[in-house]
Design a protein around this ligand. Structure first.
Ligand SMILES: [Zn+2]
Length: 467
């Protein structure tokens, strides 16, 4: 606190903090009080004129400053996109004198673009495209993906001297014109990986709540996938449910790039706590396990719907009339927007893919000897009879075909030919981690789960989700 004490002493504080100009003005006013009115007015007019004149000079100065800023801004933007284009131009040893005079044009790859359309859009002659694609590494330029970026450096004759092909913030290819031949060089960066941490409480849908808690989109999707074997994200989510997640947050030069994999996560659903932690086996493969070493991946998903797609426009509180009929028949009805992807809940074989008047477009999948799942009223069917499907494979989309009052998925779960409630049916137990990995897993997972807990404690003084 000592640093904040102002030494007072004999100093007149008011004077200390008054600007010298104010003090001079004070003196001036007291002097002028003794002058005739005409002289005072004359002085005042002259003063005003001076103020206006000086003001204009400053104004011009500011406009020039603004112009300069715009130019600098453009320059900086280019630099950001290319990660110091200027620096890389200076670094390359040949034709440095030419490069410093290059004019740069930038284009972003859109759907359906190829090198010609990009060049045309940038107003660059396409005559050099052959030289580019014929160079070693030129074949890379035949397969462009939307979102990728190009920077073209031209000399005063509009000849392409350097082409920067930015595949991602971490990978770029630089094509340099060496007397009509292009030399390519791959330049890469390595991202810094930090631990990202988020937590939230569900108010409406998981998707919206996770958005509010600033979970990156891919982490929301991974969370729904990770807990989707245990929790039905359409029916089981309640207001007050809590979640927390620790993930790889990737940075380049201090700027956030994207989120990588989930490292550990917890989800408290209707009072029941689920936790998952990533574990890398000795052979390098990674899998998610519960703290007691059971695989998160199970034989069946809890819901056949793509939760990520559905929940962005789905409100928990809004009860769809179709929900009321759940008990009336042998399946579960999921109200969902038309076109929502429908997934196979487990690995299996398609035993029916057809149309009937009551069911509309329907698909049946047999899973081993014991289980069968049925999907009705589909808008589209994407699999054929006899086809093998993996878990999570999109087999069709939600529709309203057959006897249906609105877009929804009617879903049935049969065990040995008997209908069971898909929401409560006892599902096969998850596989435990291999004995040879158990001890190491315990050590690693404990450390990660502790970190998840500590991050939660640090971000908010409340450990209620870990009771
Ligand atoms: Zn139904």
């Amino acid at each position: 606190m000592d640093g904040f004490n102002v030494p007072t002493g004999d100093m007149d504080l008011e004077k200390r903090f008054r600007s010298p100009i104010l003090i001079v003005a004070d003196e001036l006013v007291s002097t002028m009080q003794s002058w005739p009115l005409k002289i005072v007015l004359g002085f005042a007019t002259a003063f005003c004129l001076i103020v206006i004149f000086v003001g204009q000079i400053f104004d011009i100065g500011e406009k020039q400053q603004a112009k300069r800023q715009v130019v600098e801004q453009l320059h900086i933007d280019l630099d950001n996109g290319t990660d110091s284009l200027a620096a890389s131009a200076l670094n390359s040893n040949n034709a440095t004198h030419l490069k410093t005079m290059l004019v740069w044009r930038s284009e972003k790859v859109k759907n359906g673009d190829n090198l010609s359309t990009l060049f045309e859009r940038a107003g660059i002659s396409t005559s050099q495209i052959y030289d580019l694609t014929a160079s070693a590494g030129g074949d890379l330029l035949n397969n462009l993906s939307p979102g990728e970026q190009f920077h073209m450096g031209l000399d005063s004759n509009e000849t392409l001297i350097e082409l920067q092909y930015i595949k991602s913030p971490l990978v770029r290819y630089v094509y340099e014109n060496d007397d009509g031949y292009f030399q390519v060089e791959k330049r890469t960066h390595t991202a810094d990986v930090l631990y990202g941490y988020r937590r939230g409480v569900i108010k409406d849908s998981f998707y919206n709540s996770a958005k509010r808690a600033q979970l990156p989109d891919n982490i929301i999707m991974e969370m729904a996938n990770l807990f989707g074997w245990d929790i039905d994200f359409v029916f089981d989510i309640r207001g007050g449910d809590e979640f927390s997640v620790m993930f790889e947050d990737r940075f380049l030069h201090g700027e956030r790039l994207n989120a990588g994999d989930i490292i550990a996560a917890s989800f408290k659903n209707q009072g029941k706590l689920y936790r998952a932690v990533r574990y890398e086996h000795r052979d390098g493969t990674t899998r998610y396990y519960s703290p007691d070493g059971l695989s998160m991946r199970k034989t069946f998903l809890r819901t056949p719907l793509d939760i990520f797609r559905i929940s962005s426009g789905f409100n928990l509180r809004r009860k769809h009339p179709i929900h009321k009929k759940i008990k009336a028949h042998r399946g579960v009805d999921y109200a969902a927007p038309r076109g929502t992807p429908v997934k196979a809940v487990g690995k299996g074989k398609v035993v029916a893919s057809s149309f009937s008047k009551p069911n509309g477009n329907f698909i049946f999948i047999q899973h081993g000897q014991t289980y069968m799942t049925k999907y009705l009223h589909l808008n589209e069917r994407k699999v054929k009879v006899g086809q093998s499907v993996s878990q999570g494979k999109v087999i069709g989309t939600v529709g309203s075909t057959g006897y249906s009052t609105g877009p929804h998925l009617h879903y049935e779960f049969l065990v040995n030919g008997v209908h069971k409630n898909p929401r409560t049916v006892e599902l096969p137990k998850a596989n435990p981690i291999d004995d040879s990995e158990r001890e190491r897993f315990e050590r690693v997972s404990k450390a990660y789960l502790l970190k998840l807990k500590l991050k939660g404690l640090a971000s908010q003084n409340d450990d209620s989700i870990f009771d």
